[in-house]
Design a protein around this ligand. Structure first.
Ligand code: BDR
Ligand code: CA
Length: 315
């Protein structure tokens, strides 16, 4: 087994679940985070970038951070209601102020530079709308060869959470998602099919809290905040959407992963933003995505807790 750390760029719109994914990534020595980029999504890109800086400060992740696309490629942004992630995009506990300034480069320029500078191929983990990633592929086609894979939180084979057919990240920028799914690059798709099974129940929150380090204190409060909205719509716990896109890179064995050919509906009265998967391979097309369809939930929680425990050693 190759134990070399996997170089990753974290692109997202933190966001409680993005932030918890970054906490896991920052604690895992099997991953080497090269940089973080923010995109418009749960909140404005300005708020997402500031949240990215604060999350990096919390976990002592000293990597370049850049602000990305202010709006989707061709359409206007959707404003997510503030009861999910709060006004700041990451409401709840008080977070440390940024330790590192934003880069002057845009997210796309930073991604391109990090890819060019890397000796190895790099994995992009995208946990917000795919605007930055698509803009990178359009404007810097030369870096495509340096991308190992794109691990996405987005979509859902069987249903949506923003419309009956579409999940939020894909619905915000379906054109960007379409470009990414058609890119020919290897894709992991952590859609709602799996992420809604990665539930953190109230007793799991207590487990995290009992770890008793500064990061576990914050994560347990994030989980509580994130659960308030989900509880109000009938969930038994907080769905850890975005951490699935990180966890699959280091623990693929805990997921049920299926190869499907997936296309993104970019228009359509009822289906805009839908990720349409050819589950029975009726088209005969070669799969373009490894789709996560299930997870060993208990194992997922145990692993998350183990990674958060690593922060007990951080001074
Ligand atoms: C996605 O939307 C956001 O609210 C979450 O951070 C996640 O990336 C789930 O639909
Ligand atoms: Ca997100």
């Amino acid at each position: 087994m190759n134990n070399k750390p996997i170089p990753v760029i974290l692109d997202g719109d933190p966001g409680h679940d993005d932030a918890i994914g970054w906490v896991i990534a920052g604690a895992c020595d099997r991953l080497k985070v090269l940089g973080c980029t923010a995109v418009n999504g749960n909140c404005s890109v300005n708020k997402a970038a500031y949240n990215a800086q604060r999350v990096c400060a919390l976990i002592n992740l000293d990597v370049p951070i850049a602000k990305g696309q202010r709006k989707p490629l061709f359409i206007e942004p959707i404003k997510a209601p503030s009861n999910i992630h709060g006004e700041s995009g990451l409401d709840g506990p008080v977070l440390p102020e940024p330790k590192r300034e934003l880069e002057e480069e845009t997210a796309v320029e930073l991604m391109a530079r990090l890819l060019n500078e890397s000796d190895e191929k790099v994995t992009i983990v995208a946990t917000g709308p795919l605007t930055n990633v698509a803009a990178l592929l359009i404007t810097h086609p030369e870096v495509k060869d340096k991308i190992e894979q794109i691990s996405i939180m987005g979509g859902g084979i069987l249903y949506g959470n923003w419309t009956p057919a579409a999940e939020f990240n894909i619905l915000v920028d379906p054109d960007a998602a379409d470009i990414v799914f058609k890119s020919g690059l290897p894709i992991y798709m952590a859609g709602l099919d799996v992420t809604e099974k990665a539930l953190v129940l109230p007793e799991d929150v207590e487990l995290i809290r009992s770890i008793g380090n500064p990061v576990s204190d914050i994560v347990s409060e994030w989980l509580e905040f994130f659960y308030i909205f989900h509880k109000s719509i009938g969930y038994e716990g907080a769905p850890l959407h975005d951490p699935c896109a990180i966890m699959v890179l280091i623990h693929p064995e805990i997921f049920d992963i299926r190869d499907y050919y997936v296309e993104v509906e970019t228009s359509g009265e009822y289906t805009k933003g839908c990720t349409v998967a050819d589950v029975y391979n009726v088209t005969g097309k070669k799969s373009n995505a490894k789709c996560l369809m299930g997870v060993d939930r208990k194992k997922f929680i145990e692993l998350m807790a183990d990674y958060i425990r690593n922060y007990s050693e951080v001074k």
